[in-house]
Design a protein around this ligand. Structure first.
Ligand SMILES: [Zn+2]
Ligand SMILES: [Zn+2]
Length: 159
């Protein structure tokens, strides 16, 4: 399994391959590190977030958002050029072509588990088909918690 996580100390984005035997995450920039428990991982299935220990993870397609947008934009531009050239069949063909690629990519892309609290991505993990998808309400709870923590930190710093 591969974990993509942001260092909680210096915010650097790190990539690490982990397993039941390699249970240590560290940072390439600073001396932050975390060793998770053996029970946190079951084969290739994470039982909770391996970067912060949080229990809630959502399942989504491991699809780079930028790539999807780029494809939509490329399809629209090419299709518009074809319309402009009065090539109607081409214009429609191009749109269908890009829609088909999008669909194929979406189906072919593996799932990834994302942590509500630290947004770490657990890639190449074994994921149950019925693992919950993104829940806006739950996410809102984590967002509020984040705000409260930031406020508490500000107060304790004496500001
Ligand atoms: Zn760091
Ligand atoms: Zn986490």
């Amino acid at each position: 399994m591969q974990i993509v996580y942001q260092c909680s100390n210096c915010q650097r984005l790190n990539y690490r391959d982990v397993s039941a035997t390699i249970r240590r995450l560290d940072c390439t920039e600073c001396d932050w590190n975390r060793t998770f428990a053996e029970s946190d991982i079951d084969g290739e299935a994470p039982q909770r977030c391996l970067a912060c220990g949080n229990n809630d993870l959502w399942r989504q397609k491991d699809f780079p958002q930028g790539l999807g947008l780029l494809m939509v934009a490329a399809g629209a531009i090419l299709s518009t050029i074809a319309w402009w050239q009065m090539e109607v069949v081409w214009a429609i063909g191009i749109l269908l072509f890009f829609a088909a690629i999008d669909l194929v990519l979406y189906v072919a892309m593996p799932d990834v588990l994302v942590c509500y609290r630290c947004q770490s991505r657990h890639r190449k993990a074994k994921i149950a088909d019925d693992h919950p998808l993104f829940d806006l309400e739950l996410n809102e709870r984590y967002r509020q918690e984040d705000i409260r923590l930031a406020e508490a930190k500000k107060h304790s710093a004496g500001e």
